[in-house]
Design a protein around this ligand. Sequence first.
Ligand code: SF4
Ligand code: SF4
Length: 469
Amino acid sequence: MSAQQPNQIPVHQVDLDATKKQVHPRFVRGLYQNIRLVSMYFLLALFLILPWLRYDGRQAIWFDVPSQHYYIFGLTLFPQDFYFVALFFIIAAFTLFMVTVYAGRVWCGYACPQTIWTHLFQHVEKWVLGERNKRFKFDKEPLSAKKIAKRLLIYSIWFIFSIITAATFVSYVASTDFLYGSWQSLAGIPFPDWPVWVWVSMFIFTFATYANAGYMREQMCIHICPYGRFQSVMFDKDTLIVSYDYNRGEPRGPRKKGTHPDHLGDCVQCTMCVQVCPTGIDIRDGLQVACIQCAACVDACNEIMDKVGYPRGLIRYTTERQLVEKEKSRLLRPRLFAYSALLIFLISVAVYTLTDRVPLEIDVSRDRNQLSYINTDGFVENNYIIKITNKTQQTHDYLITLAAQDGLSLRTRFSSLPLDAGESYDLPVTVVGDPAVVAKGQTQIIFNVDSKDGQYHAERQNVFTTQGQ
Ligand code: SF4
Ligand code: SF4
């Protein structure tokens, strides 16, 4: 390694060989790893617990795709509310962009499911085989009954984790009551009584979890995840990145404990930063797509610096401006303002539309085959279908009335319409017009729908047409 000082953080080209050797990271403790563990296991627990929460007698978070009802605690969404979901994802994307501009790939290191599950699966290997050296040794051992037994134990635990993950994913859609409560007896043996789509989903999620966390691991981050590729366009000189202080560390080299030869920098070439890296890279090579910014190398190097009596921070969270240009990083910068303004706007739109949303939806359509006809009493009749959707989480009785000029009246089979929570009904109604009062042509009418308790009201305009138009 040359001792020449770079005038920017070197960017290391990624090794595109996906068949490279297995990564067995050494597990390290330290400030960032503690934060990471808390963050990762909190999110994992949230994922596992959320489908078991109950609200108003049903699953609190339940995306009931077959019946097209999507419950999030007190909120019920329907396919026509899809814009909320779109808005949610846009807000999530811009939040991620903003966080990335400021804190780099903090999502990758501390919250990404790929990182969490990979960490979990690597822990299983550590639990069964021991620390890093033992795992490498185990890989090289010739096949034996003991080796097969240990491998089988690891694969079985991975498989159980994958099944639990798949069942949790599927329970957000199929509901926990259905998933764990549907049994049939096959030759006297209890067997899940699930429809095909549940079996297919269980298989896909189990396979994806097992393959991603067991085998793909860092290859997902390097070759498949698009977010890692975006980072270079989102980063600026003030973005927080895990970086090796090249100027301080080089020339690297081993030395006697308690000494610091003049011709060497602070890096003692212990390779601990490489050994702890879950993606198997060397941070000293510079910024790399494979670096998920987990800061394991920061904790590992700090531990080494403490041992050799040098100041901490040879590898640290820093910015290009601090590290290379030796200037203070700028917290407030135009890109952050732009993202913040956009986010405030989007969140305001979401809050406004959510609070302004009437949980009673009506839609009126006309009978296109016969707009207008004369009945046996000589009155003009127009037929309509009023689709009423109860978007609340309780049963309500709805009254349908007509607001129109004299001479027009409403005829319907029901004086009131009871609808269950989330239920829709297509109600046929007829508007009857007295030809002696109603002028020829089109007359504006309004259909009103009110819940009997007076809580909800919705109205739709339409037209009444007399014959001859
Ligand atoms: S852990 Fe620190 S001292 Fe050891 S090789 Fe890495 S950078 Fe050098
Ligand atoms: S280089 Fe450091 S921060 Fe990046 S992935 Fe490896 S251990 Fe984590």
